[in-house]
Write a protein that binds this ligand. Structure first.
Ligand SMILES: *[C@@H]1O[C@H](CO)[C@@H](O)[C@H](O)[C@H]1NC(C)=O
Ligand SMILES: [Cu+2]
Length: 274
């Protein structure tokens, strides 16, 4: 009986460590879930060949698109439980260590586009930020109450899907052990950009035995290869050889508890971004 209770408790703790990207900010203005495709659960995708790898399982599309333009600072926000934005709880809990990635895909209509059919390019990634000690992008995400910020590249105007992802590697030393936590948002890019970066398919861009997917992270890594293509238009910082500063760069004091469902007006300005 005792053993059984302990097993149940362990199972609950494991599930509560899981997470989803839920909210979006544009230049520090909270767009909440207004243009998010909320995944049906916080469970990971574990198959690199599943269509769910694009935008997660049974994610409901939104009637809205969020308007952004090249150069905008866009922030995605992850939490363990749907609707809970509290900074008291780690964004993704336990030892779900691994990279953060962000992709975009130009589509005809972001409210109906199917992620697994889209043509994706990576726009940002944060893998191993320090190797003294090893420190991953997901840990920086947790330092910042689940917020991760990137710059919209100089892409041609139109509708896009935005895909944010954490890849948790805590049990990734066996094939199929890596856990993917993707979610998509629906964007309309305005402005006068013209870039059409080279694209990959998701699923398709990752292999089960990629060096950043089949990996034992409980050794000194020194370097880490983030899965998928090289980000378009940005260069990763080199892996630091000094301890990563764990102080938040996002202003967590201004973290809201409610979740807006209305898209912000284009060109609104808000709090600083991290
Ligand atoms: C997207 O933005 C353009 C302006 O750049 C606008 O003409 C168009 O109606 C917008 N589309 C959507 C779906 O909001
Ligand atoms: Cu997990």
């Amino acid at each position: 009986m005792l053993l059984k209770l302990a097993t149940v408790a362990a199972a609950i703790a494991f599930v509560s460590a899981h997470a989803t990207f839920q909210e979006l900010w544009i230049n520090g203005v909270d767009a909440g879930s207004s243009c998010a495709r909320a995944p049906a659960s916080n469970s990971p995708v574990t198959s690199v060949t599943s269509g769910d790898l694009a935008c997660n399982a049974n994610a409901a599309s939104s009637p809205n698109v969020c308007t952004v333009q090249p150069g905008d600072r866009v922030t995605v926000e992850m939490h363990q439980q749907a609707g809970d934005r509290s900074c008291e709880n780690e964004a993704i809990g336990g030892n779900h260590f691994g990279p953060v990635t962000v992709y975009m895909a130009g589509v005809d209509d972001a409210t109906t586009a199917v992620g697994a059919n889209a043509d994706w390019f990576k726009v940002s990634e944060m893998g191993l930020v320090s190797n003294n000690p090893d420190y991953f992008g997901s840990q920086v995400l947790n330092d910042n109450c689940g917020h991760y910020t990137f710059t919209v590249p100089d892409v041609a105007p139109g509708n896009y899907l935005l895909r944010a992802e954490v890849i948790a590697l805590h049990v990734a030393s066996g094939v199929g052990g890596a856990q993917f936590y993707p979610a998509c948002f629906q964007l309309n890019v305005s402005g006068s950009g013209s870039a059409q970066p080279p694209t990959v398919k998701i699923p398709g861009a990752y292999g089960a035995q990629d060096p950043g997917i089949l990996i034992n992270i409980y050794t000194q890594l020194n370097t880490y290869t983030v899965p998928g293509p090289t980000p378009y238009g940005t260069t990763d910082l080199p892996v630091a050889t000094t301890p990563y500063p764990t102080t938040a760069t996002w202003d967590t004091a201004q973290q809201p508890s409610t979740v807006p469902t209305t898209t912000p007006a284009p060109d609104a300005t808000g709090i600083g971004t991290a």
